[in-house]
Design a protein around this ligand. Structure first.
Ligand code: XMP
Length: 503
């Protein structure tokens, strides 16, 4: 196998997945796994993941130093590179110019790692520290503007400052391919098996004769989880669709009609008053997320009691787990409500069949299950709904404003044939007012931000280059049609350093 040592990177499962896709079996082990343990597995290579620490901190996680002397190819990524440099006698420091997002990499020296690649290409960086001097015997293979030592090598020890595992690194896949097949001389030993069959069996084995209750949101994840489970255990699955009052315009009807067409057994619970009353006066984003999560669970617990279910099915994906610090060493970025809001005493066991997968893999499973494209191509929508797209306190009148603005944006994206070209798009209502002039009259009203991003898994994202004419048209419609808005802005932040949602 390929061994991946985990230093708490947001991207560790992405590394595993890239390797899986290339036909090599991989295993993720804790960062401090002893070299002899690693050797026992007869690995092709050791990959050191990124991570949130700094090597010069006293408590920094460092690998067993013997791994550098096993004679096995090694690839340190970001923090992994820094750990290797530090342990082998080089110097790592906090960078003056930190580097997040896209950077141009220039290849300085030919190497099997860059076989078939151009001399210059875009890579994705996310680091605060950088390598300022190399350990003895290392040479530089490639540089970026802010990272002269972006790719380094000594024999079969490689270090890369950027993240080849993320989709925004243009030739990331090729770099892994070259590393595995040209540097490590690996042989294909892993077939991406029929995930559907595997998952059906897994669900049957877990649930046995039990009953399952499921939170259907109308999103891709919970729908795929539900259709999959329904196929595995039939009507022992009951789906609950909670209207938390934080859905978009027309969404309740739209989602209900999808469920009917998929013949999923579902029950609608209207709990909007409960959710909105709990959110009253609350401004803090994490607090809002937690309240929505807790209230959800409360509603489900009641439903589960009624239905006699033992299991709660959730469409949790891998990115939800990582960003809620569901893996050791990772930092909390946001509490995603699928994970973070769960109370310890939850009277239900969790069934999360999609937990190690990414959105695009889930879409592939959905396709195999016969779920219509129109549903599978729906943009992701966060569990806390519009509550995290109204910055600050959630008020009913603001929900109305946001619903209208968002509806116009999405409707126009569909009309212009752009909806399926962007990964996710939505409007955000800002808590500030600005001055405008409409029909010779001064206005002092709210601002709507439009957000559209390109991504493949939500882990990294770049802002969509939507046509100016399109943005102009949407701006005009929103300001003319939505009362209370006199300014529209377009968000041009990438992730990192921003996140996709504003809260
Ligand atoms: P961020 O804002 O973390 O979002 O960059 C990444 C993706 O996750 C969605 N998101 C959520 N999905 N529950 C969910 O099911 C949540 O609590 C949640 N928060 C964010 C977000 O819309 C984006 O697609």
């Amino acid at each position: 196998p390929a061994i991946i040592l985990n230093f708490g990177s947001q991207y560790v499962q992405l590394i595993a997945r890239r390797i899986r896709e290339l036909g090599i079996y991989s295993e993720i082990l804790p960062f401090n796994t002893k070299a002899e343990e690693i050797l026992k597995r007869d690995p092709y290579c050791v990959i050191l993941s990124g991570g949130p620490a700094s090597v010069y901190e006293p408590s920094a996680p460092l690998p067993d130093e013997d791994i550098y002397h096993l004679g096995i190819p090694l690839l340190g990524i970001c923090y992994g590179l820094q750990a290797m440099v530090y342990q082998l006698g080089g110097v790592v420091e906090r960078a003056v110019k930190q580097e997040y997002g896209r950077a141009k990499l220039t290849v300085i020296k030919d190497d099997p790692l860059f076989y078939g690649l151009p001399k210059e290409f875009d890579v994705w960086m996310s680091h605060a520290d950088k390598v300022v001097s190399l350990p003895e015997g290392f040479e530089v293979l490639a540089s970026s503007e802010n990272s002269p030592n972006a790719v380094i090598k000594k024999g079969k020890l490689y270090g890369i400052q950027f993240h080849p595992e993320v989709a925004h690194t243009t030739y990331g896949r090729e770099i892994f391919h070259n590393f595995l097949y040209r540097v490590c001389n690996a042989q294909k030993n892993w077939e991406v098996g029929d995930l559907v069959e595997e998952k059906l069996q897994e669900i049957r084995d877990t649930v046995k004769e039990g009953k399952v209750i499921c939170a259907l949101s109308g999103g891709v994840d919970s729908t795929v989880a539900a259709v999959l489970t329904h196929r595995a255990i039939g009507d022992r699955l009951e789906c609950i669709f909670v209207d938390h009052g934080l859905l978009r315009k027309g969404e309740v009807q739209e989602v209900e009609s999808y469920f009917r067409s998929l013949s999923l057994p579902f029950r609608k619970v209207n709990a909007s008053e409960l959710f909105l009353s709990r959110l009253k006066g609350v401004e803090d984003p994490e607090e809002k997320r937690k309240i929505v999560g807790r209230t959800f669970i409360e509603v489900f617990e009641k439903e589960a009691e009624r239905s006699g279910a033992e299991y709660l099915l959730q469409g949790t994906l891998y990115p939800d787990v990582v960003e809620s610090a569901g893996i050791p060493g990772a930092k909390v970025i946001k509490t995603h409500h699928n994970v973070g809001g769960l109370p310890e005493k939850l009277g239900l066991k969790l069934l999360e069949p999609l937990k190690e997968l990414f959105k695009d893999e889930v879409r592939q499973i959905g396709k195999k299950l016969g779920i219509p494209d129109e549903l599978l191509q729906r943009h992701p929508f966060p569990g806390p709904g519009l509550s995290i797209r109204i910055l600050g306190e959630v008020k009913e009148e603001d929900l109305e404003i946001l619903r209208e603005a968002d509806y116009i944006f999405i409707e126009e994206l569909k009309r212009w044939g752009l909806y399926n070209k962007v990964w996710q798009a939505f409007a955000v209502l800002l808590p500030i007012k600005s001055v405008g002039v409409m029909g010779d009259v001064r206005t002092y009203e709210r601002v709507v931000a439009l957000r559209a991003v390109d991504s493949s898994d939500g882990m990294t994202a770049d802002w969509s280059r939507l046509p100016y004419d399109f943005l102009d048209h949407v701006m005009r419609r929103i300001i003319n049609e939505v009362k209370g808005i006199n300014r529209v802005v377009y968000d041009i932040s990438s992730k990192p350093p921003a996140t996709i949602e504003w809260e």
